[in-house]
Design a protein around this ligand. Structure first.
Ligand code: AMP
Length: 114
């Protein structure tokens, strides 16, 4: 989508600090990090929200999760731990309408989240 910032990153039109990319996914550092490591993993295909997926999307959903796990290990977080987050809608705190998984690590996380 032309006006989607994450589509712009996936297509190379908008700069980002990309840490990994493949045919289906792109992982890049969050512009406003909430932890020492804060990386977003997105599908290249525009999907507005996790709520817009169903069982036919298990391939892409599995891919973004698997990439998040791989990136976490590459960032040295697999022993210390990390958090994966998907926000949906206003109450979920979603601010960008392109499905993304947050990978947060490098500090202890609290629960419940704010
Ligand atoms: P959410 O609130 O779950 O929709 O998360 C959106 C995230 O995207 C926020 O953590 C923002 O800091 C991040 N973000 C927004 N624009 C950019 C950008 N151009 N490059 C990297 N991260 C971004």
């Amino acid at each position: 989508m032309a006006d989607c910032v994450f589509c712009g990153i996936a297509e190379g039109r908008i700069p980002a600090t990309t840490v990994r990319q493949d045919r289906d996914t792109v992982a890049f550092r969050d512009l406003n990090p909430q932890a020492p490591t804060h990386i977003l993993v997105i599908p290249r295909r525009h999907i507005a929200s996790v709520a817009d997926t169903d069982r036919s999307d298990t391939g892409v959903l599995g891919a973004v999760l698997a990439v998040a796990v791989e990136v976490a290990a590459a960032e040295g977080l697999d022993q210390s731990g990390y958090r994966l987050v998907i926000n949906h809608g206003a109450d979920g705190g979603q601010s960008v309408g392109h499905l993304h998984v947050h990978l947060l690590g490098g500090r202890p996380m609290t629960w419940p989240p704010g």
